[in-house]
Design a protein around this ligand. Structure first.
Ligand code: ATP
Ligand code: MG
Length: 563
């Protein structure tokens, strides 16, 4: 492709709404243009990248044995009413009416449509298992579209769905999809983690997310520094702490005027929050209960509400209840002498000589020790993991990184097939509800995520498999040298004949402008051809990630690119 034909407009400035680097660079490099909130046009250069992502995904889906189809974006309300999601999905669902006043939605996902296909097409267990996939446009009326194509309203997803006669078959396909996903993200050259996830709203059992690691990620991921363990921070388990050291201080009640929060208390006592207990009074199944954590730890509501005796969803008790159980104003609760069920977090057991509320206004205990001042507790998992925690059920310690969810695989079970009566006949001629799996990849989001991971101050650094072009060929002052123009055309043709995708910067622009654009749009290999180089039979080569250019013999440069 000749630059003059690409009609590319690169920008020095990025739009003010572009908060993160990938969004800024995608606009500046002319990959996308905004139409309205959460709606983007993929410009020719950007579309080349998108097609590369699609290609890898398509190849791996085909290899995994899935069949490609293409379902409509617009879906009739009746299907969603059958599954029960018409009312449940809420404002994320874009609803509309046709000229006959029939209701439709623009599909945010396709479980209903594929289940409808399956119940019509699949009659016998002999047709199972079967997996279908599509690469198709979704619409979700996101409450806060942002980060460009990473959280847009219209986006392209690869969604796959599998149908099975039993759980064992589902698990087999799930494993195949898991491996296909891992290969996809490896082939795309992305650093990612596979994260055990809560299956959330879609329902069903096993579910894992594929996250590209990047500081701008919306999710916090806990992973092991030593093995493949990774989990959402919310779902990562913590282990019981080590036994506490022996007591060295006397129990003492001290006056702590106005110190109601851990922060205030830490300042007042000049003691670290990790040597304090915070005691939270929450509603229980029969009367209030107390949850006790280390001062610097964060309560995990999902874990807490799973504990027998704690109300679900988790609900902090009101001030009157706190007064009733502690006998004082909120802010000074502590476990000593508390006459309600008390649940201690695993980490509290390791504390000695610690600080806790005295159930008395403006007072705390210091020098507190288990076994001596209050019974040594049986502990539970109440908090979010933090960096350095030992990995539960794995090796090493926890590191926390931010991740961008680019893929998600679920064992759906029979949620949709049951509601929509999608059955097949089994060996005995009996109707059996099919068991389903579903598997999504955010095709458009991957492009943004790849840039988040691969850029510098000058622009994008595409991983080779995603690059819109392999090589940018930059002639210096070609318009003034007939000889150079001829040599450039010859080299351009030769590179292409090697199967390389070449961008020839034939613009009548200064070299600096061309170099800056080549860096901004992130082409992996740059070749500079000049009159001086021609005399010596040399080209200047630079990889986008290198800091320096190298002068190479023409043949050496070509050989290098061939590899
Ligand atoms: P998120 O938690 O980011 O909102 P999700 O869990 O709702 O995503 P899924 O229903 O699992 O999304 O959809 C499959 C994939 O589609 C996601 O893993 C993600 O890569 C992509 N995706 C979801 N929502 C968007 C969006 N608004 N913009 C771009 N890609 C999206
Ligand atoms: Mg998801």
């Amino acid at each position: 492709m000749r630059f003059s034909n690409l009609n590319l407009t690169t920008l020095k400035e990025s739009p003010s709404e572009a908060e993160i680097i990938s969004h800024q660079l995608m606009v500046r490099a002319g990959l996308i243009r905004r139409l309205a909130s959460g709606l983007f046009t993929w410009m020719p250069l950007g579309l080349r990248v998108l097609r590369k992502v699609e290609q890898v995904v398509r190849e791996e889906m085909n290899r995994a044995g899935a069949l490609e189809l293409l379902m409509p974006a617009v879906q009739p309300a009746e299907l969603w009413q059958e599954s029960g999601r018409w009312d449940k999905y809420g404002p994320l669902l874009l609803r509309m009416r046709d000229r006959n006043d029939r209701e439709f939605c623009f599909g945010p996902t396709h479980e209903e449509v594929i289940t409808d296909i399956a119940r019509r097409e699949l009659r016998s267990y002999k047709q199972l298992p079967v997996s279908y996939y599509q690469i198709q446009t979704k619409f979700r009326d996101e409450i806060r579209p942002r980060f460009g194509v990473m959280r847009s309203r219209e986006f392209i997803m690869k969604d796959a769905y599998s149908f099975h006669v039993d759980q064992e078959s589902l698990e087999k396909t799930y494993a195949v999809m898991h491996d296909a996903y891992a290969r996809i993200f490896e082939r795309l050259g992305l650093r990612f983690r596979i994260v055990d996830a809560d299956s959330g709203d879609i329902g069903g059992s096993r579910s894992q997310e594929f996250h590209v690691l990047a500081d701008s990620g919306e999710d916090a991921i806990a992973y092991s520094d030593m093995d493949n363990y990774a989990s959402n921070v919310e779902t990562a388990a913590t282990l019981p702490g080590r036994p506490a050291a022996a007591a060295t201080e006397e129990l003492l009640k001290v006056s702590t005027p106005g110190a109601k929060t851990i922060d205030q208390l830490a300042k007042f006592l000049k003691a670290p929050a990790e040597r304090m207990l915070k005691t939270l009074i929450v509603d229980g199944d029969s009367g209030p209960v107390a949850l006790v954590l280390r001062g610097d730890h964060e309560l995990n509501a999902v874990k807490a509400q799973k504990i027998a005796g704690v109300a679900s969803p988790l609900q902090m008790s009101d001030a009157d209840t706190i007064r009733m159980v502690t006998g004082c104003e909120p802010g000074f609760a502590g476990p000593i002498g508390l006459d309600i069920p008390v649940f201690f977090d695993h980490a509290t057991i390791s504390l000695s000589d610690f600080v806790c509320g005295a159930n008395e206004v403006d007072a705390h205990f210091v020098g507190v020790n288990f076994a001596r001042d209050l019974p040594a507790p049986i502990t539970v998992d109440l908090r979010n993991v933090v960096t350095g925690d030992p990995v539960a059920g794995g090796k090493g310690t926890i590191d926390i990184a931010r991740g961008i969810e680019v893929g998600h695989i679920f064992q759906l079970g029979t949620k949709y097939s049951e509601a929509m009566k999608a059955t097949v006949q089994d060996q005995d001629g009996k109707d059996r509800v099919m068991i389903m799996g579903c598997y999504g990849i955010g095709i458009t989001r991957i492009v943004g995520a790849a840039i988040e991971q691969n850029h510098d101050e000058n622009g994008i650094i595409w991983p080779a498999p995603l690059a819109p072009f392999d090589v940018v060929l930059v002639p210096i002052n070609m318009h003034r040298s007939e000889r150079l123009a001829v040599a450039t055309e010859a080299l351009y043709a030769e590179l292409q004949s090697q199967g390389l995708e070449v961008l020839l910067d034939d613009r009548e622009a200064r070299p600096g402008v061309k170099f800056a654009d080549a860096e901004l749009i992130g082409i992996p290999h740059r070749l500079v051809i000049s009159d001086r180089g021609l005399d010596a039979g040399e080209l200047e080569y630079r990889h986008r990630a290198d800091s320096e250019a190298r002068v190479l013999k023409r043949e050496a440069a070509l050989a290098l690119l061939k590899n």
